[in-house]
Each structure stands twice: as structure tokens, then as C-alpha cells.
Design a protein around this ligand. Structure first.
Ligand code: NI
Length: 254
């Protein structure tokens, strides 16, 4: 059974066929999906999909690109949403310094710290987005030594990966690791102990080769497992099994 640990089915790219697609996943071998929210609204939507499908779980959080209007009261809303029995993490949270139109770094950091504090309070793991903000992201998660999480679509160095592993964190990889120009990800995957690795799609984005540029969905997550198997010289079955076990342990899914 494949576990897609990060997919955004709230995205309007799925408006036409969301239900058919989600319902078809178990027969495609995808037994579990975690859908992180990126706003309060999409966090609620993630919960509604998790209520509908036994194989779908939700995470709730405000993405750094969407924290323009962040106020501490949003944490109270997330706290209530996180009480739902199918919410398994706080996410997607973090820092994104890539886009110039993003909220200010100060505001992103404020929202990130507040959501890490919420995860600590609720004893939930976090799903972290880090784009072009490696040093600050790592420094801020280190302020919360009790909290563990996953760096999704990991794009940092081998050295930072080692630090995160020592802290008990997970790293997850998606279609970006299959791209021709992907250099760092294969290097990190080679070094990374198997028990700290998870797979994801980040659907609808980052479709793996040979579907690069097309709409992504969890049905392609096996291509990520195949890439990891190739890098680690393991069988695809082993990668599928171990990454699914890791995901279940990490998110506390029985
Ligand atoms: Ni995402």
C-alpha cells in the first residue's frame, strides 16, 4: 500500500473530478493520503474530505504564502479544527522567501512560531514548507525541541538533513526528486536512513517524470517510490512498505 503523505485535493484544479479521483485511489494501490490545509478555509475543506473518505486524513495550518492577514485569533480557529479525530498534524506551515510578493519575513516567522507552539500544545507533528529559507526554518524549529515534524519536498543540504534526523524529524520527497536537474535530493536520499523518509506528491503540482508539467495526483506517487528504490538500490516493494509504515507511525494512523 502506497501512502501519499502530502497532497492538496482542495485545489480548484480538482474541481471537475475530485470525488471520482479520491474514490479511485485505493484500487490504484494508494491506501492513505494526508491533505494539508494552506488557509483556514482549505483546512476545513481537508477535514470534510477526510470525513468522506476513510483513506484520507487532514492537517490544518496556514501556509507562509497565505499568512498576509495572520492574527493570533487564527490559532484559536486552528485549535478547534485540530480536535477533529482525522486531523493528524499541523500543516502546511513554514517559511517561503522565494516569491517577492509573499508576506513579510517577520509575519511569516510570527505565523510559523505560533503554529509550532500550537503543535506543541496539542502534541501533534508538523508539516513544514521551506523554500529558500533553510537557515531561518531550521533555527525556528530548533526553538521547539519537543515538536517533531516533516520537511516536505526537502530541498536543503545533506548537512541540514543530518541535523534534522538527529532531532528525530522526517524528510519527504516528491516528483521534484525525479527531475533531470535534481542533484541535491538524490544525494540527501542516499545518505538518509530509510526510517526517516516518506513519499508524497504535493499534487496537483510537481508531477514526476514522465508527467512533469501535467496535473499531479496520488496515482503517480509510485513513481517517487521507484526513484527512491533506484537511488537506494532497494526493491520498489520495500520502499513502498517502509515509507507507508513510516507515515503511519509519524502521523499516528493505525
Ligand atoms: Ni504543499
Amino acid at each position: 500500500m502506497l501512502f501519499d503523505t502530502h497532497a492538496h485535493y482542495d485545489d480548484d484544479w480538482f474541481d471537475e473530478d475530485r470525488d471520482t479521483l479520491l474514490a479511485s485511489m485505493p484500487e490504484k494501490g494508494v491506501g492513505l493520503i494526508v491533505n494539508p490545509g494552506i488557509t483556514l478555509e482549505t483546512s476545513r475543506f481537508a477535514i470534510s474530505m477526510a470525513e468522506k473518505y476513510p483513506h484520507v486524513y487532514a492537517a490544518v495550518g496556514i501556509h507562509p504564502e497565505n499568512c498576509h492577514d495572520f492574527v493570533p485569533e487564527h490559532i484559536d480557529v486552528l485549535r478547534e479544527l485540530a480536535k477533529h479525530h482525522k486531523v493528524v498534524a499541523i500543516g502546511e506551515i513554514g517559511l517561503d522567501y522565494y516569491w517577492p510578493e509573499n508576506p513579510s519575513r517577520e509575519l511569516q516567522q510570527q505565523a510559523f512560531r505560533a503554529q509550532l507552539a500550537l503543535a506543541q500544545e496539542l502534541s501533534l507533528p508538523v508539516i513544514v514548507h521551506d523554500r529558500e529559507a533553510h537557515a531561518d526554518t531550521l533555527a525556528i524549529v530548533k526553538e521547539f525541541p519537543i515538536v517533531t515534524g516533516v520537511f516536505h519536498c526537502y530541498s536543503g543540504s545533506v548537512e541540514d538533513a543530518r541535523t534534522l534526523v538527529k532531532m528525530g524529524w522526517m524528510l519527504s520527497f516528491n516528483g521534484a526528486a525525479t527531475f533531470k536537474n535534481a542533484r541535491k535530493a538524490p544525494e540527501v536520499i542516499t545518505e538518509l536512513p530509510m526510517e526517516h523518509l516518506m513519499i508524497e506528491t504535493d499534487a496537483p503540482y510537481l508531477a514526476p517524470v514522465p508527467y512533469r508539467g501535467k496535473r499531479n495526483d496520488s496515482g503517480y506517487v509510485h513513481l517517487v517510490a521507484e526513484k527512491i528504490a533506484q537511488i537506494k538500490a532497494m526493491t520498489v516493494d520495500e520502499v513502498v512498505r517502509i515509507t507507508a509504515e513510516n507515515g503511519k507511525r509519524f502521523f499516528g494512523i493505525k
